[in-house]
Ligand binder design. Structure first.
Ligand code: ADP
Length: 330
């Protein structure tokens, strides 16, 4: 039997957050790369869907790749590369645009949110923001991906990739594996510490509610100690009525391996919960930051990993993308 194929990615739209790490990257490094034939991609083309500074995207792509390695992805075991280095992504994306419909794209939650934000700012909405989930579907389908390990916010996009795969296969004959999203048990949606009703995202504005992977220990402590909770006293796990406290318990559980509802019982005050959560986060980030420092001292190593990765990814994607063109009769 062939090994499971896993694909996932991260956008270079901002500094990598604790949400990205606990919701996705950590599992890629600790579990996915060893159980599957896997690819992890810095999806830099997706960063062009909104207003951006090209030099910053370039810098963040590089930093993102370095952090993937720092998190523990081993280029001997999995493939790490930049999306823009592999033309198969955009070659396939066009074919999938001919299978997707305008209506289904406009229904995507992230499109609705991001386009509304863009309009509020008085900016124009790029067409690629609307079609971005199609490119993401191409990212996934090009590799015959079985599983896509992502946080909750990306589940709808993986479902679109499934729909497009099924539709293409029905219309043109079996070509694509139909992928499925897999999520972590805890911390699938790490929330902003200052606004626990919105997610801790790197693409949104920065601020004290977001813990970055490269934050110094004291910065982490300060941010966690200032997290918004509520006026209650008792520590209980309830995401609906106590989102701030539940978020801290989720983070603590993800960092220490416990279970959020069970951990709640161990605390008599919010202060003690925050203190332990801050220390747990500091400990989880420490080895990643150390390894990041080492990797930054040897930039040619990261260059080499990305070059080899792109070559491998191209070779893996080409047969499927060629098959898709042939299936259409081109
Ligand atoms: P962002 O929204 O931070 O720009 P990406 O779209 O690049 O992140 O996503 C990279 C991975 O991190 C995805 O698998 C996504 O589901 C996950 N992720 C992003 N934010 C969070 C969060 N707050 N909690 C859990 N997982 C997250």
């Amino acid at each position: 039997m062939e090994m499971t194929r896993v694909f996932s990615g991260i956008k270079p739209t901002g500094h990598v957050t604790l949400g990205n790490y606990l919701g996705a990257m950590r599992r890629w490094a600790d579990v996915d790369q060893y159980r599957a034939d896997s690819l992890f991609c810095i999806v830099d083309l997706h960063a062009l869907t909104v207003d951006h500074d090209p030099a910053r995207v370039r810098r963040l792509s590089r930093q993102g790749a370095t952090l993937l390695l720092a998190a523990g992805l081993d280029p001997e075991v999995c493939t790490v590369y930049l999306q823009s280095h592999v033309d198969e992504h955009t070659r396939l994306s066009y074919l999938l645009e001919c299978v997707a419909t305008d209506g289904e794209m406009r229904r995507m939650i992230q499109y609705k949110e991001k386009s509304a934000r863009e309009r509020e700012r008085g900016g124009s909405v790029r067409l690629s923001l609307l079609t971005y989930p199609v490119l993401m579907a191409a990212d996934i389908l090009a590799f015959g991906t079985d599983e896509v390990p992502v946080g909750d916010d990306q589940v709808q996009h993986v479902e679109l990739a499934r729909d497009l795969a099924v539709r293409f296969n029905q219309r043109y004959g079996h070509t694509f594996v139909v992928p499925k999203a897999t999520g972590p048990e805890v911390a699938a949606r790490v929330m902003n510490l200052q606004d626990p009703t919105s997610k801790m995202g790197k693409s949104e504005d920065s601020g004290p509610g977001i813990v970055y992977l490269l934050d110094e220990p004291d910065v982490v402590r300060k941010k966690v100690m200032r997290a918004v909770t509520d006026s209650g006293r008792e520590v209980v796990y309830d995401r609906e009525t106590r989102p701030g406290v539940a978020n801290l318990l989720d983070i603590l559980a993800a960092c220490t391996g416990g279970e959020p509802a069970a951990l709640a019982g161990a605390y008599q005050s919010y202060g003690a919960l925050k203190k332990d959560t801050a220390e747990a986060v500091v400990e989880v980030l420490r080895p990643v930051q150390e390894r990041h420092r080492e990797l930054c001292a040897d930039p040619s190593h990261v260059d080499g990993v990305l070059r080899d990765g792109a070559e491998r990814a191209r070779a893996m994607a080409r047969p499927t993308v060629d098959a898709a063109y042939r299936a259409i009769g081109l």
